[in-house]
Design a protein around this ligand. Structure first.
Ligand code: 3HC
Ligand code: NAI
Length: 694
């Protein structure tokens, strides 16, 4: 009947099975196959009920995102759902895996739904900058009530089968989708159950129609964490029409809102980010079929800020960890912080009440590096000093079992030099986590000169297993993220000398969509770290040094580039800092000037992009989209701007190259001149994206 959809009759039940790997997305072929399958079942007089189900790992995961932005092909998903909903024979959706987006919308168009107990359902369209565009904003509120519906649609999060059953989105939990679907369909036939159409059932809307605040409060709560994104707001509006417009009109409104989002810049960026994330997990230059090594247990050396957070990430995924320190005291301190952290999350309801004990139970504290001996993966997170790292790797080499992968969490140091301290450099690589490591999703996997392909694949696989987003990068000072950050930091600091204040610089970036600017970030991380490092290297930075000399180390001392009220993390502009900056620059004989926000944005962003281009030239990053993923998951780059390289393409590389040349001259800084790759692309009228296509 179709390559991707087949129909079989089992007694009086026709089973329409979608088999379109990997995730049964609703491509044009699948849509047509479903309509043909249902029509064939309707035409067969022996068929009394129909089951729609999927083969492979999951129920339909949504519309086929690769078709977005291309000319529409019929039948549309709306047409498919119309055929299903208006079918004269009852249709049961039998769900396993995840019924997402258009997949759930299709299921909601069926007359009944069953799901296996591990199945999940959700409308995650907002994560692609969209809203459910095939009736989801109208049928889900009718299935589960508008409060839960707006929460699910605005947040884009999934719910499990048990909750879906309780809420009314599914009718029964079954052991296996096909057999369970068929059994349910037979009951529908036997009990002569009606052709239940959610579109005609307003019963769950009544309370919110009578009291509008029920919905507006739920919508406001759902939108609370939303910064600068258009889709969640539009999604809440679409759901609200379930209360104030008749079904058909509300579907029209949904369509209009969907189309506007689909054609907008934000969704384009978010769809790009979806595929970029999946692309990042594909490692170039590794022979086909390379398998990772087995990782059953992990040892982490150093129970400080990073070691603790990394250990928690493994424990959260159920992987046992040996956490190694130099002494009992350091161990006790580290474990104490982790316990406190888990307890606070449990108290907030973020994890179940018994989770802290379970997770801490997976972390075994030990003193002495000899305790790495049973670990399949060893991650070093000791102080950022080459001599110490080298000593530690020498010892790891002595005790680690054969074939263990040896990773360092260094932020800047040369991993080739660290690997050279072992007799097995092929097993050594970087796993650079970001702080707080139990929260931040990025993990730069640093491939050193001699890293073996299977060691690299092991690190990528395990990062995914602990819910991180791995990006493979090469060895250089600061790898991808921190190297680009340094280019931005240099300009941010210069602005203070030239005439701007920390709050003006930071505000430009928060307005752009970053969670914070460089000075608030410095206050959060602690200004003393950079100060000590400058002292070690004999580098001066008059303003930053003066701030530290005044005992202002950032949030931990209640004062830094900003001041902080007791117990608050909110940065407040401080007239003392203004005075300090003005006095310091006056002493240096600098005439301060007014700096426009446009100049600040350009001079913060473009040098970073230029550094990104240099990173591509040097093949430190495999592709421009990997750089974008680094910034999205490691530095809070706003997803609706796609990442710095995507943003650069949207601004236009010619403009960026011209402005860099201009600023190179204006600030007498030749390092700002566009790098050869950027210049070449700009001259040829090309984009960074064209490199990926090439
Ligand atoms: N369309 C096209 N391709 C898709 C897809 C989709 N909806 N969902 C996943 N894929 C592709 C991925 O790009 C990947 O391709 P690759 O192997 O070539 O890189 C492959 O399927 C496997 O995906 P994952 O690596 O993500 O597999 P996981 O098992 O980790 O996750 C998943 C599976 C949970 C289904 C996840 O892929 C996912 O969240 N998909 C997107 C779901 C979604 O957003 N659906 C809504 C779409 S918009 C919509 O439906 C609009 C409607 O309202 C009109
Ligand atoms: P930290 O100072 O908080 O912790 C380091 C820990 O290592 C201390 O508890 C110390 O007792 C322990 N240690 C030192 N020598 C040891 C040894 N020989 N054996 C066992 N334990 C030993 O440092 P932090 O911030 O956790 O940094 C660790 C590493 O992570 C550094 O390389 C750093 O550059 C890197 N990193 C830090 C980030 C941050 O934001 N703090 C972000 C990403 C990476």
């Amino acid at each position: 009947m179709s390559q991707v959809v087949k129909m079989e009759r089992h007694d009086a039940v026709a089973v329409v099975t979608i088999d379109s790997p990997p995730v049964n997305a609703l491509s044009a072929a699948v849509r047509k196959g479903i309509v043909d399958g249902v029509n064939a079942a309707v035409a067969d007089p022996a068929v009394k009920a129909i089951v729609i189900t999927c083969a492979g790992r999951t129920f339909i995961a949504g519309a086929d995102i690769t078709e977005f932005g291309k000319p529409p092909q019929s039948p549309s998903l709306h047409d498919v759902i119309d055929v299903i909903e208006n079918c004269p024979k009852p249709i049961v959706a039998a769900i396993h895996g995840t019924a997402l987006g258009g997949g759930l919308e299709l299921a909601l168009g069926c007359h009944y739904r069953v799901a296996t107990k591990e199945a999940k359902i959700g409308l995650p369209e907002v994560k692609l900058g969209l809203l459910p565009g095939a009736g989801g904003t109208q049928r889900l509120p009718r299935a589960v009530g508008p409060e839960l519906a707006v929460k699910m649609i605005v947040g884009g999060d999934f719910i499990g089968a048990a909750e879906a059953l309780k809420a009314g989105a599914v009718d029964e939990i079954v052991d296996a989708q096909v057999a369970g679907g068929e059994a349910f369909a037979k009951k529908v036939i036997a009990d002569k159950k009606p052709l239940r159409k959610l579109r005609d059932d307003d019963s769950k809307l009544a309370a919110a129609k009578a009291d509008k605040s029920i919905f507006t409060n739920a919508a406001a709560a759902a939108n609370k964490k939303n910064r600068g994104l258009e889709a969640p707001l539009a999604a809440a509006e679409a759901v609200s029409h379930s209360l104030d417009q008749p079904f058909d009109q509300a579907i029209k409104s949904e369509r209009e809102l969907f189309t506007k989002l689909m054609n907008g810049e934000q969704s384009k960026a978010q769809r790009y980010a979806f595929f970029a994330e999946r692309e990042a997990a594909k490692v170039a230059g590794v022979p086909d079929g390379t398998k990772g090594r087995d990782v059953k247990s992990v040892a982490i050396i150093g129970a400080g800020t990073m070691g603790g957070g990394i250990a928690m990430s493994f424990a959260n995924a159920g992987i046992p960890v040996t956490l190694i320190e130099t002494g009992d005291e350091q161990l006790k301190r580290g474990l104490g912080i982790m316990q406190k952290n888990y307890d606070a999350t449990a108290a907030r309801g973020g994890i179940p009440a018994d989770a802290p004990a379970k997770r801490m139970g997976l972390i075994k504290g030990m003193v002495g590096i000899e305790n790495v001996k049973d670990a399949d993966l060893i991650i070093e997170a000791v102080f950022e000093t080459m001599a110490i790292k080298k000593e530690v790797f020498g010892k790891i080499d002595q005790f680690a079992k054969k074939g263990a992968v040896l990773a360092t969490n260094t932020s800047y140091l040369n991993i080739n030099d660290i690997a050279a301290m072992t007799k097995r450099p092929q097993d050594v690589l970087g796993m650079h986590f970001f702080s707080p490591a139990n929260v931040m999703k990025l993990c730069e996997i640093v491939r050193a000169e001699k890293t073996a392909p299977d060691a690299l694949v092991t690190a990528v696989n395990i990062a995914k297993k602990i819910a991180k987003v791995p990006v493979v990068v090469g060895v250089c000072d600061g790898f991808v993220g921190n190297r680009m950050l340094a280019a931005r930091g240099k300009q941010a600091e210069k602005f203070l000398f030239e005439g701007a204040l920390p709050q003006q610089v930071d505000a430009v970036l928060t307005k752009f969509g970053m969670p914070m600017g460089p000075f608030a970030m410095g206050d959060l991380a602690g200004l003393d770290i950079g100060w000590r490092s400058r002292q070690d290297r004999g580098i001066k930075s008059e303003i930053a040094d003066a701030i530290c000399e005044a005992g202002r180390f950032g949030q931990k001392t209640g004062k830094g580039y900003y001041k902080y009220e007791a117990g608050s993390r909110a940065p407040l502009p401080d007239p003392e800092i203004e005075k300090l900056i003005e006095e310091t620059t006056a002493k240096m004989g600098i005439k301060r000037r007014q700096i426009s926000d446009d100049e600040i944005l350009e001079r913060l962003m473009y040098p970073m992009i230029n550094e990104g281009a240099r990173i591509l030239e040097e093949k430190i990053a495999q592709r421009p989209s990997d750089i974008d993923i680094t910034w999205l998951y490691g530095y809070g780059w706003p997803v609706y701007r796609g990442g710095p390289m995507f943003y650069a393409d949207s601004v236009g590389l010619k403009k960026i190259a011209d402005r860099l040349s201009f600023y190179a001259k204006q600030t007498n800084d030749p390092t700002l001149e566009p790098t050869p790759l950027l210049k070449k692309l700009a001259d040829e009228g090309k984009t960074f994206a064209s490199l990926a296509k090439g």
